[in-house]
Design a protein around this ligand. Structure first.
Ligand SMILES: [Zn+2]
Length: 258
């Protein structure tokens, strides 16, 4: 029995390794998620709302991707000023079997802290990873289906090896999310000379439900006068969108091992 289990784990490990660094693995689909929308404006600055800033930057990023990386399918969780539930945003990405999920937001501080500024990018916190299990499991099923039917007969979700598979996938997604988040922050610092508050692991619901590498990037503080101006300006929005694009290009290059 034990040997059978070890063999199963071995094959799944191979499968994970293949998926992770993967000859022929290509990033095919990216989901762009403009934060908030409709009845949920998010944070407010002195003259602008987070939902509008995040949408404008997200649309610019989508246009850049379409022009410069035309092979990648881009899906938006919203393209207009509408309210989309958080679970639905993750569901859109899971249903599309997306390779990457990017949520665009602005940060805010309460009065008295209006001097605080800078960018930060969040990934799902490790202490809350359990919530991700279902999403990953469902996604893993779709992704593995072709292989396990022909090659790995007897795949059983209640089998202990399946849990090992799940945690392997989970760690792989977490590692990739952190790598991608770091690339975004580096891009903000190097290209746009922005202040970086770093990469943070937090319990972000929309990220926890995504069964793929997923980040939430805070493009600046809407509560800071200077940054509110910047994230609302054409120049600022173009810089931010281009910085995220550069991070995607580098991430893609690193991950698509030939
Ligand atoms: Zn937000």
């Amino acid at each position: 029995m034990k040997i059978k289990l070890l063999i199963t784990i071995f094959f799944f490990s191979l499968l994970i390794a293949e998926k992770a660094s993967a000859q022929g693995y290509k990033i095919k689909t990216i989901v762009i998620d403009p934060g908030h929308g409709g009845r949920k404006p998010g944070a407010s600055g002195s003259f602008s709302k987070e939902k509008d800033v995040s949408l404008k930057i997200a649309l610019k990023l989508g246009a850049l991707l379409k022009g410069q990386m035309p092979d990648i399918k881009i899906i938006f969780t919203r393209k207009t000023d509408i309210d989309v539930d958080l679970y639905r945003r993750a569901e859109i990405a899971n249903e599309a079997n997306a390779d990457l999920f990017i949520s665009v937001h602005c940060n805010s501080m309460p009065p008295g802290n209006k001097h605080i500024k800078g960018t930060e990018t969040l990934v799902a916190g490790s202490h809350r990873l359990k919530e991700q299990d279902a999403a990953i499991r469902e996604n893993a099923d779709i992704k593995l289906e072709k292989n396990y039917k022909s090659k790995y007969e007897g795949y059983d979700p209640s089998n202990p090896s399946s849990f090992i598979l799940l945690s392997l996938l989970k760690n792989a997604f977490r590692d990739k999310s952190i790598k991608f988040a770091k690339l975004i922050q580096n891009s903000y610092i190097k290209r746009d000379e922005r202040l970086s508050r770093g990469v943070k692991e937090q319990g972000v619901l929309v990220l926890q439900r995504c069964g793929m590498p997923a980040v939430l990037t805070e493009v600046g503080f809407i509560s800071n006068k200077e940054e509110e101006k910047y994230i609302n300006s054409q120049n600022g929005q173009n810089e931010i969108a281009n910085s995220i694009l550069e991070a995607i290009k580098t991430y893609k290059k690193n991950i698509e091992v030939k």
